[in-house]
Ligand binder design. Structure first.
Ligand code: CTP
Ligand code: MG
Length: 236
């Protein structure tokens, strides 16, 4: 059974402090988002991709003219105020415009994560295919984790590190379940920053699939140098 991929790409990249949204910055021969799309574009399990982009985004239009024009499988949906709004818009597009059925699995993956490996994508697809509660790529926390006091910068206590994970993307779930969970979380103003947290609010317990820590989200300027290194040494 094929999956659909949703790529939220409607952020402004404020923390990157660049002259354009970070997904359109150059990285090893193409833009960040072109690396991200390439992870999925030729995968045999992928039915198609919906990219959420800001209305009137000039950078996307530039890309489509050069690299994406032949990709009939890449669609766009309007971005929203927060990442979750962008994802929900793309899910709505899948349901309303493309008539994708509710039991079809979708993978949501940040445009700003260009270093996803084929190995990790395949691991998630394999683990998530039979998961009613969803599944996400994640890596175990390595550092000792401190909880700060409510005010100021003093340590309150050390959090138990065992069992703590960093949530990555892609995050996978059935279209109908995820759409309902996200819509509900947004309506309740829960401020969800990933798909799994919406599913958790719906009482589900998505599966953690251990992935590679190199699947970083480009957030701050130094992350571009890291991604450059990872993509240039992709076979290691
Ligand atoms: N995103 C989106 N719609 C939004 C906000 C974010 O589609 N309203 C996307 C971003 O384009 C990115 C992903 O969600 O691919 C992860 O978000 P984040 O890293 O926070 O990106 P930005 O919001 O662009 O960055 P910043 O928070 O620094 O402004
Ligand atoms: Mg953001």
């Amino acid at each position: 059974n094929k999956v659909w991929v949703v790529i939220p790409a409607a952020g402004v990249g404020a923390r990157m402090q660049a002259d354009r949204p970070k997904q359109y910055l150059p990285l090893v021969g193409k833009t960040v988002i072109e690396h991200t799309l390439a992870c999925f574009a030729e995968h045999p399990a992928v039915a198609g991709i919906v990219v959420a982009i800001t209305d009137g985004d000039p950078y996307w239009a530039e890309l489509t003219s050069i690299a994406l024009s032949e990709q009939g499988t890449i669609h766009t949906a309007p971005g929203g105020c927060e990442r979750a709004d962008s994802v929900l818009n793309a899910l709505d597009y899948l349901v309303n415009t493309l008539q994708v059925t509710a039991d079809t699995h979708v993978l949501v993956h940040d445009a700003a994560r260009p270093c996803l490996s084929r190995h990790d994508l395949d691991a998630l697809l394999a683990a998530g295919a039979s998961e009613a509660a969803g599944a996400i790529l994640a890596v175990p926390v390595r550092d000792t984790m401190k909880r700060a006091q409510t005010h100021g910068l003093r340590i309150s206590h050390t959090e138990e590190r065992n069992g703590l994970w960093h949530a990555l993307t892609p995050q996978m779930a059935a279209l109908g379940v995820l759409r309902a969970a996200l819509a509900d979380a947004l309506q309740r103003g829960l401020g969800v920053t990933d798909e799994a947290s919406a599913l958790e609010h719906a009482g589900l317990h998505p599966l953690l699939v251990e992935g590679d820590a190199r699947n970083i989200k480009i957030t701050r300027p130094a992350d571009l140098a890291l991604a450059t290194f990872f993509l240039s040494n992709a076979s290691s």
